[in-house]
Design a protein around this ligand. Structure first.
Ligand code: NAD
Length: 283
């Protein structure tokens, strides 16, 4: 058993395209799959643009070679020969458990690891959908993946220590990122702290306490945050923010995790943030 060289990524959205990019930049062979062929194409375009920008800024060279290492498609069977598959589909427990069961039957190497980039769904729920719970864990990246160095490693109660060790080596040595360890609790370390903060800002806006601009400027200028909580929600995606809040609320039953009605209405309206062109701000 050694390092991971053939990486699969499922879900070519904001996160999946970023994970595929950093893995290919680290010299790995990558297969990126999205159930929706248009989303797969959009992921490929986003990835190419991101690599070209990094090259223009002098951060990387050899974009053509990096792109050659990435195959994009919509058929999960293309993941059969992978030794690590990272799932980054929508934050929906039923969709993720169904996918883990399918990946378990498709990926042939008995030692292959199945990882999830979930922000909040307990890893155990995904592990028990497979016949290999010892080789399932959370490898949680942050957005934008090529920029932010943090990765949370989340073993479940059934994850084998060797699985976590292999994942740590991949994250630290291959990708050059900084892993932190979290127990398998909804939200892990960062979102358990960050999401209630974002939800408080949404409640503040909803109650007319202050404008979106003033709430965000308050945190940027008064607390040296790189961006305010409402701009951050737009970056994360309001659908994802709401889904993470729901998982946290489901786990801890604390009112501070309950999604405020304004967030729910914005998601109903399709005002999902940056990726939709409008959220708390226009893009
Ligand atoms: P996204 O909406 O941008 O992309 C999700 C993609 O998954 C879409 O392209 C969709 O077509 C695809 N998909 C849906 N169901 C599928 C299936 N069954 N099989 C294959 N593809 C499928 O979402 P995102 O922001 O990239 O988030 C993906 C995951 O990463 C979620 O679990 C989310 O919680 C997590 N995450 C998100 C962020 C963030 O800031 N957005 C940060 C860390 C982790």
């Amino acid at each position: 058993m050694n390092g991971f060289n053939n990486i699969g990524v499922v879900g070519a959205g904001l996160m999946g395209a970023g994970i595929a990019e950093v893995a290919a930049r680290a010299g790995k062979n990558v297969v990126l799959i999205d159930a929706n062929p248009a989303a797969a194409e959009a992921g490929r375009d986003r990835l190419r643009t991101s690599l070209e920008r990094a090259e223009e800024r002098g951060k990387i060279t050899g974009v053509a070679e990096i792109l050659e290492r990435i195959t994009v498609g919509s058929d999960l069977e293309a993941l059969a020969d992978r030794d690590l598959v990272i799932e980054a589909i929508i934050e929906d427990e039923a969709a993720k458990t169904a996918l883990f069961a399918r990946l378990d039957s498709i990926v042939t190497d008995p030692e292959a690891v199945l990882a999830s980039n979930t922000s909040s769904i307990p890893i155990m729920k995904l592990a028990v959908a497979t016949q290999r719970p010892a080789q399932v864990l959370g490898i949680h990246f942050f957005n934008p993946v090529p920029v932010l160095s943090l990765v949370e490693l989340v073993p479940s109660l059934l994850t084998a220590p060797t699985t976590t060790d292999r994942a740590r080596e991949f994250v630290e040595k291959d990708l050059g990122k900084h892993p932190i360890d979290s127990q398998d609790r909804a939200g892990f370390v960062v979102n358990a702290l960050l999401i209630p903060f974002v939800l408080s800002a949404i409640r503040m806006l909803e109650s007319g306490f202050a404008t979106a601009e003033d709430i965000d400027q308050g945190l940027v200028r008064g607390a040296a945050h790189p961006q305010g909580p409402l701009a951050l929600a737009d970056l994360i995606g309001l659908d994802t923010t709401k889904a993470v809040a729901e998982s946290l609320y489901e786990e801890f039953k604390e009112p501070l995790y309950a999604p405020p009605p304004l967030l729910a209405r914005m998601v109903d309206a399709g005002l999902l943030g940056r990726k939709a062109g409008r959220g708390f701000y226009h893009y």
